[in-house]
Design a protein around this ligand. Structure first.
Ligand SMILES: NC(=O)c1ccc[n+]([C@@H]2O[C@H](COP(=O)([O-])OP(=O)(O)OC[C@H]3O[C@@H](n4cnc5c(N)ncnc54)[C@H](OP(=O)(O)O)[C@@H]3O)[C@@H](O)[C@H]2O)c1
Length: 253
């Protein structure tokens, strides 16, 4: 094979050319990296987040088509956002939210409820708005976790979401077909959220993961972004949960 034909054999079309990708929670972490990769694959981006300045910076950096600052757990604001979108759109990924960890004795019930709004009601509300907004064959991608699969005091609320999301995803995949619906279940991902949750313990946690994970490195948001873009583009995938944790759930303790 000549050098020229070898080069053209290795070349491929960007996977998301002509597609519009909406990232609900796209100004940081996993959502931001997924937006970056989707853009590199030719997609037009719509980014949302609450902090307008952080969102504007992210939208400018990635050349987003549109951005909207609002709290995605506010059903009226979410509905307005979808109503005002130029339609149809191709893919929606939800990365807004944070887990709730805490013992019953010092549970902040408002925060615990909020994490349910973010991880359970937000996907349901997006699913309700998807018909007529997301084109047939397009996708919804949700975020869950692997860390609360093993019972431990303090994980009750996180475990409820962890257990419920795969079932929600499978049911929505049937009800919304031919829109495809998938769930990513992550272990530790090195994002601003993880930095905030761990504070001064972040570096120690990274070191421990590097030493113990079967992959011998820490999972980053770009790793999750690669999986998310795959879920958008592989039309065989729907109704399933995809673990990405570097083997973390296989370790004892
Ligand atoms: N990082 C991990 O180790 C890990 C592991 C498993 C699962 N997850 C889940 O994966 C998702 C993304 O995590 P991440 O680590 O990428 O988080 P992150 O670094 O905190 O980024 C979250 C993004 O969502 C936005 N956001 C948060 N709450 C929102 C709300 N109510 N309405 C609109 N936008 C909102 C944030 O911007 P604003 O704050 O400005 O709104 C930001 O753009 C979360 O659901 C998290 O629970 C994370």
């Amino acid at each position: 094979m000549s050098a020229t034909s070898a080069a053209s054999a290795g070349r491929r079309e960007p996977a998301l050319t002509g597609a519009t990708v909406v990232l609900i929670g796209g100004s940081a972490g996993i959502g931001f990296e997924t937006a970056r990769l989707a853009r590199a694959e030719g997609a037009a981006l719509v980014l949302t987040g609450r902090d307008p300045e952080r969102l504007a910076r992210a939208a400018a950096e990635l050349g987003a088509l549109h951005s909207a600052a609002f709290d995605a757990t506010d059903p009226a604001a979410l509905e307005r956002f979808f109503r005002e979108l130029s339609k149809p759109i191709d893919h929606v990924m939800i990365t807004a939210g944070r887990p709730y960890y805490g013992l019953l004795a010092d549970m902040d019930v408002e925060q615990a409820r909020r994490s349910f709004d973010e991880h359970m009601w937000l996907p349901v509300n997006v699913a309700r708005l998807a018909t007529g907004t997301v084109r047939p064959g397009g996708t919804l991608t949700f975020m869950g976790g692997t860390g609360a699969r093993r019972p431990r005091p303090g994980l009750t609320i996180a475990a409820m979401g962890t257990a419920a999301l795969p079932a929600m995803t499978a049911n929505l995949a049937l009800e919304l077909a031919p829109i495809r619906v998938n769930l990513i279940a992550a272990g530790f991902v090195d994002t601003p959220l993880s930095a905030q949750l761990l504070g001064d313990d972040l570096d120690q946690r990274r070191e421990q993961l590097r030493a113990t994970l079967p992959i011998r490195r820490v999972v980053g948001p770009a790793d999750v972004a690669a999986l998310a873009v795959h879920l958008m583009t592989n039309t065989a995938l729907t109704g399933a949960t995809y673990d990405i944790d570097g083997g973390q759930q296989l370790l004892p303790g």
